[in-house]
Design a protein around this ligand. Structure first.
Ligand code: ADP
Ligand code: 5GP
Length: 204
């Protein structure tokens, strides 16, 4: 294998170091909205598609938004060791398929995971070099009103997500960065800066 210096001397592209970005934070804080814009703006980055036992929402696309599966299928994948991390969130299971993430990183593409806090903690243990970003709401009341106006869950399920959010908000100091999603454009800009700053690092 030629060294980086030899590759430069031969005028060939040095291999790019790839990054695993984990975007976490309470349900309804705006993770999906922010990530969708990052994927439009930033080259060489892709979002992992998770498996879930949750029923499909109106407007969601199978195998694009999630791999929707039964509990039986989910646990078979888990037993075969196919998840990088997995967690139960309120009453459903969610997991990140390992093979796609590892393949993308090895092919020179950065990867973003959009996952809840327990899964993000597992990634911290397994991939200490991963970059973990916590998205915070400007206030608890604003989080509540975003979940209510998104209206993808019943009022009881919104309540259980809000209960879970109290625990999750206490965990933000475990992560590398906090981005407060008050003004959406600013939050997108801040995450974009984090991605470029991490890409510019000389050490991991
Ligand atoms: P998450 O992926 O974290 O569950 P979403 O991206 O689905 O959250 O956002 C939840 C709701 O809040 C959506 O209806 C979205 O349009 C809205 N939203 C996201 N960011 C903001 C913001 N900065 N200000 C107001 N509403 C927002
Ligand atoms: P939702 O049902 O709103 O799509 O997702 C509920 C929560 O599960 C969100 O916080 C979302 O980020 C998280 N989530 C989605 N996929 C995964 C995954 O693969 N692993 C983990 N741990 N959480 C996930």
């Amino acid at each position: 294998m030629p060294s980086e210096a030899e590759k430069l001397a031969e005028n060939t592209e040095p291999e790019r170091m790839t990054n695993l970005f984990v975007v976490t934070g309470p349900s309804g804080v705006g993770k999906g909205t922010i990530i969708a814009k990052i994927l439009e703006r930033v080259p060489h980055i892709a979002k992992s598609v998770s498996a879930t036992t949750r029923p499909m929402r109106e407007g969601e696309r199978r195998d694009v938004d999630y791999f929707f599966c039964t509990s039986d299928e989910f646990f078979k994948m888990k037993l075969r060791g196919e998840f990088l991390e997995w967690a139960k969130f309120t009453e459903h299971y969610y997991g990140t398929p390992k093979s796609w993430v590892e393949k993308s990183l090895s092919e020179g593409q950065d990867v973003i995971l959009e996952i809840e806090v327990e899964g993000a903690k597992q990634i911290r243990q397994k991939y200490p070099q991963a970059v973990l970003i916590f998205i915070s709401p400007p206030s608890y009341d604003e989080l509540k009103s975003r979940l209510q106006s998104r209206a993808t869950e019943s009022p009881e399920r919104i309540l259980s997500r809000l209960e879970k959010a109290k625990e999750e908000l206490n965990a933000k100091n475990l992560f590398d960065y906090e981005v407060i999603n008050d003004n959406l454009d600013e939050a997108i800009g801040n995450l974009e800066h984090i991605v470029y700053a991490e890409r510019a690092r000389t050490t991991r």
